[in-house]
Design a protein around this ligand. Structure first.
Ligand code: PHE
Length: 510
């Protein structure tokens, strides 16, 4: 019933890799990675980040792509096909991305605005007051959010092959070329470049701490689009001809490369603009959202007319990156709605995009500080609140569940037999996961190493988070509570409405 249907799937292996990379490369790489690197000790953070990608990211990505591929269906059905009582994980995998869209699109909207403004008002825009007046305006950010969401909805409406795959095939190579060009330009700026490199590549482990380690893990999940439905949904659109291991590794390499190169470009150009920026208390925004939207425009403005071109290219690149990510976020829920409720793709996309837009309005006001910054949730601005719930708590949980499902539940057999990862390796191979030589290693990782690592980092990291927020007079308990409420809602909705009924598969999309 759920056979592979070319019509709705990716046309080629490279198309799939580019689309998955399109999802992975996003604001996480170009905005999150650099500012977290600045906050948590430069190369110390980068090192832990790379370790997380190697030991956790690649494994979880293979698990998720495979979970999708074997089911040829939306995320709920994908988990259900392994075990009916696990379908709630698929429900969460739909809820989490939908939440992310609501703040991601606001930042996407800002980015569109910056791209458009590169030539006209770069100088004016680079002074922090006008940045502040743009984001705190009650209308402008909302208008740009809608423009950004509309662009992504239009691509999704085109379908997987003719919309998502086609767009990724053009946009991703363009993005890569731009980031490399900008990095070369930045490295050639001369004065200050050495200071920038020193800040980026000199590890300062004293700044890392457990919150830094947790931030690195969260960042890895976020940047690789793991721990929710994305890779499951995209994986479901592939057939046996795609090499899962190879594709996952390619996506991880591509994603990490873009983050590293972006870091190079950003820190060297800040060094050129003002090497004092790296000193404590310099007043230059490095460790926050402001890095990309406040500090970089100032850097571009200082580069004269050529800076305008660089600014345009840079923000166009960020727009592309954000667009291909939001497409993947929106596709997860769209896929489910199409399949479960037998709605046409265009209509499903429209309904979901409108819903996300509605929620993103208060988020835009909250992040930008409109209405005197009164719109907050438990003291947090809504972006931080949503981001922490998903990034810090739910995505690690989601990725851990995917690993456990693949590592423990696909295989049938007694508990004792299942303790042995080599039995799992054979069972997975029979089930259709051919990883060649690394199959055994994968079985050990997915079964034991990766889930344990995630749990350990999560527990210690959350304890550290309490302290981090305590110092800011904020209570992390609200974020934990928010995450638990979301999970409870997901689990309840699943067991009440979806456990005992058909939840559709890819072949249902007409
Ligand atoms: N990976 C994207 C980024 O780095 C964001 C994203 C997160 C996309 C989760 C999909 C799912 O920005």
């Amino acid at each position: 019933m759920c056979e592979v249907k070319k019509k709705n799937g990716f046309a080629s292996g490279i198309g799939f890799v580019l689309a998955a990379a399109g999802s992975a490369v996003g604001l996480g790489n170009l905005w999150g990675f650099p500012y977290k690197t600045a906050a948590y000790g430069g190369a110390a953070f980068v090192l832990v980040y790379i370790l997380c990608v190697l030991f956790i990211g690649i494994v979880a990505m293979i698990a998720e792509i495979y979970l999708g591929r074997r089911s040829q269906s939306n995320t709920i059905t994908a988990f259900k096909k392994v075990n009916k009582n696990m379908g709630w994980a698929g429900m969460l995998a739909i809820i989490i991305p939908t939440f992310i869209i609501c703040y991601y699109s606001v930042l996407g909207g800002w980015t569109v605005r910056f791209t458009v403004n590169s030539f006209q008002w770069n100088e004016a825009f680079s002074n922090s007051n006008s940045f502040g007046s743009f984001i705190s305006n009650p209308y402008m950010p909302v208008i740009f959010t809608v423009i950004f969401l509309a662009m992504s909805a239009i691509i999704i409406m085109g379908g997987v092959k003719d919309g998502i795959e086609k767009a990724s095939k053009i946009l991703m190579p363009a993005l890569f070329i731009i980031v490399v060009l900008i990095a070369i330009y930045a490295l050639c700026l001369g004065e200050g470049v050495a200071e920038g490199l020193n800040f980026y590549l000199n590890p300062d482990f004293s700044k890392l701490g457990f919150e830094g380690v947790l931030a690195a893990m969260g960042q890895a999940f976020y940047s690789l689009s793991l721990g929710m439905g994305i890779m499951i949904a995209y994986g479901s659109y592939t057939g046996k001809e795609i090499k899962i291991g190879k594709s996952a590794i390619l996506v991880c390499i591509f994603d990490t490369l873009v983050a590293l190169i972006a870091g190079l470009a950003i820190f060297t150009s800040i060094g050129h603009f003002n090497p004092n920026a790296f000193k404590e208390g310099s007043g230059v925004a490095l460790k926050s959202v402001g890095l990309m939207y406040q500090t970089l425009p100032q850097v571009f403005a200082s580069l004269g007319w050529f800076g305008k071109i660089v600014s345009f290219l840079f923000f166009a690149m960020v727009t592309i990156a954000a667009l291909t990510s939001v497409i993947s976020l929106l596709e997860v829920a769209t896929q489910f709605v199409i399949q479960k409720f037998k709605v046409k793709r265009k209509k499903a996309t429209l309904i979901l995009a409108l819903f996300c837009f509605a929620v993103s309005i208060p988020v835009a006001w909250s992040v930008g500080g409109a209405f005197n910054g009164k719109i907050t949730l438990f003291g947090f601005d809504m972006l931080t609140f949503f981001d922490e719930i998903t990034n810090t708590v739910l995505m690690p949980v989601g990725a851990c569940v995917s690993c456990i499902v693949i590592g423990w539940l696909v295989e049938k057999g007694t508990f004792k037999q299942r303790l042995n990862p080599f039995n799992t390796y054979r069972a997975l191979e029979q089930d259709g996961l051919a990883l060649g030589k690394v199959g055994k290693l994968f079985a050990i990782m997915v079964k034991y190493v990766t889930p344990l690592l995630i749990l350990l980092l999560e527990v210690f990291g959350i304890i550290a988070k309490f302290n981090e927020y305590f110092a800011l007079n904020l209570n992390f308990v609200w974020i934990l509570a928010g995450a638990i409420v979301l999970m409870a809602v997901g689990v309840t909705v699943y067991f009440v409405f979806f456990r005992n009924v058909e939840t559709g598969c890819n072949a249902d999309e007409t």
